[in-house]
Design a protein around this ligand. Structure first.
Ligand code: NAD
Length: 466
């Protein structure tokens, strides 16, 4: 069911959120079977509507069905399978030891659902960015309002139609719409907000959440850098970088934004990148069924403008009527040029030649902390250095694929966001780890006033003071 009905500018979602909250109260917070039923229902929804979801993705972003199957439906489905396998262990209360002076006693940590969540997804992977957080949200036992992006309208409409047919619709609702609907939703009190998108809207979300003291997770973007060292296997690096950069026409939050290449291999590597692009998408990528399109005219114009004045080593073509921009390599890029000032979020790949790897490491540490950093090298020493990069994630000799490892938490740091999800991290983000302490009824009575020497001695011993 789509929840876009409302009364004009006063469109409000108070009743909707209240009804989810009331229903959620009727579900035992420790009821794991209900969570598993919902996860299985989500998997069934994906299986039974696979062709329709792939068609919606094709309409929204000209996503090739194989790519949509791999990077969206497949990832979500395997994440559900992973959650179903581990949920009992994640949700199992964990005993912890208690200090001597509080004995006899016991203590444990019980994970409880936070309540009713708001999940706001971005348009670039419209299915993945709404349903992947929903996996952690359900695994932790919450109800949720899911707000897909209107910039991917076909996927949004299909989610609104199918999700309430499969999941408990008293606990999960899709609200479609644009800024007015998002703004109205944000006025309501949720127990947690999970937002994926740009930093400016992230600030709006945080400000709205602050009014209710609602915790937020912000999954933002940034300029994920890539370094190619002269010791790297250049052919393998090119395959992995070209895939990560040009899948979804570069509109991927963890796509390599730009590459620093060591001068000794810069020309050779640029030539291999060019050949790899042709191998993937042919001489005319516009005719390739495997190559996507830019989401709308605004982003198309923005990307065309970023190419102005740049040295184009490959690609550079565009067709505004088809929202097409060729996979493009830019060389001799000045670090002060506009293309290096913002997240590109499109199929333009600046290549910056460096004399020494320290130039790249220094540039990365001097800029906002990225969502991911990629280093291709054959050197152990460089790997050690790479692993120290301050980024949401570090991926050595590959790009983007780390997000498919369900046991790795996914999320940003600094400017690329905060809070994490995927696998257990998603379960924890949507849970409250509640401490429960039980005391025995025996009472030593040693720590109550009036404080005497016996008390002082006991306290010093218990806290290890000399
Ligand atoms: P978007 O325009 O789809 O917006 C994201 C969400 O915010 C949508 O649900 C939308 O309805 C809502 N929204 C938009 N404007 C709003 C407003 N004024 N007030 C309230 N809500 C509003 O997506 P976008 O912002 O263009 O996303 C692109 C950015 O997201 C890029 O920077 C990208 O790197 C980042 N991103 C990050 C991740 C991640 O996992 N960290 C994933 C995908 C995209």
């Amino acid at each position: 069911m789509s929840n876009t009905e409302g009364s004009g500018q006063e469109k409000g979602y108070a009743a909707l959120v209240q009804s989810l909250r009331e229903h959620h109260k009727t579900i035992d917070p420790q009821n794991i079977s209900w969570r598993k039923e919902q996860l299985r229902a989500m998997q069934k929804m994906l299986e039974e509507n696979e062709a329709r979801f792939l068609e919606a993705l094709r309409k929204d972003l000209r996503t090739n069905p194989t790519e949509g199957g791999l990077l969206q439906l497949g990832l979500i489905s395997s994440e559900i399978t992973h959650a179903l396998k581990h949920i009992d262990r994640w949700a199992k209360p964990r005993k912890v030891s208690t200090p001597l002076h509080l004995k006899p006693s016991s203590a444990r940590i019980v994970h409880e659902p936070l309540g009713t969540a708001l999940i706001m997804g971005a348009w670039n992977y419209p299915l993945l960015l709404t349903l992947s957080p929903l996996v952690g949200c359900i695994a932790a036992g919450n109800a949720a309002v899911i707000k897909p992006s209107m910039m991917a309208p076909a996927t949004s409409a299909l989610l609104a139609e199918t999700l309430p047919r499969y999941l408990d619709k008293k606990a999960f609702q899709v609200v479609e719409g644009d800024v007015p609907e998002a703004t109205a939703l944000l006025k309501e009190r949720f127990d947690t907000i999970f937002y994926t998108g740009s930093a400016p809207v992230g600030r709006i979300v945080m400000a709205a959440a602050a009014k209710h003291l609602t915790p937020v997770t912000l999954e933002l973007g940034g300029q994920s850098p890539c370094i190619v060292d002269r010791s790297a296997n250049l052919k393998v690096a090119a395959l992995r970088i070209v895939f990560a950069k040009f899948a979804n026409a570069g509109q991927t939050c963890v796509a390599p934004n730009h590459i620093f290449v060591h001068k000794d291999v810069a020309d050779e590597f640029t030539a291999i990148l060019k050949k790899t692009i042709t191998d993937f998408y042919g001489q005319n990528p516009q005719a390739s069924p495997d190559y996507g399109r830019i989401v709308n005219a605004h982003h198309h114009q923005r990307l065309v403008a970023l190419m102005k004045g740049q040295t184009i080593a490959c690609g550079g073509g565009s067709d505004s009527r088809d929202l097409y921009i060729a996979p493009t390599l830019l060389t001799k890029v000045d670090l002060a040029s506009p293309v290096m000032q913002e997240e590109i979020f499109g199929p333009l790949l600046p290549i910056i030649t460096i004399d020494d790897l320290s130039e790249a490491f220094n540039h990365i540490s001097a800029n906002s902390r990225p969502l991911a950093a990629y280093v291709f090298t054959g050197s152990k020493k460089v790997i050690e250095q790479a692993e120290k990069i301050n980024a949401g994630a570090v991926c050595i000799n590959n790009a983007m694929v780390h997000l498919g490892v369900h046991d790795l938490p996914f999320g940003g740091v600094g400017g690329s966001g905060f809070g994490q999800y995927h696998g257990k991290a998603g379960f924890e983000t949507f849970s409250h780890a509640k401490p429960i302490f039980r005391s025995g009824s025996l009472e030593a009575g040693a720590h109550y006033p009036p404080y005497d020497n016996r008390f002082k001695k006991l306290i010093r011993r218990c806290f290890g003071l000399k």
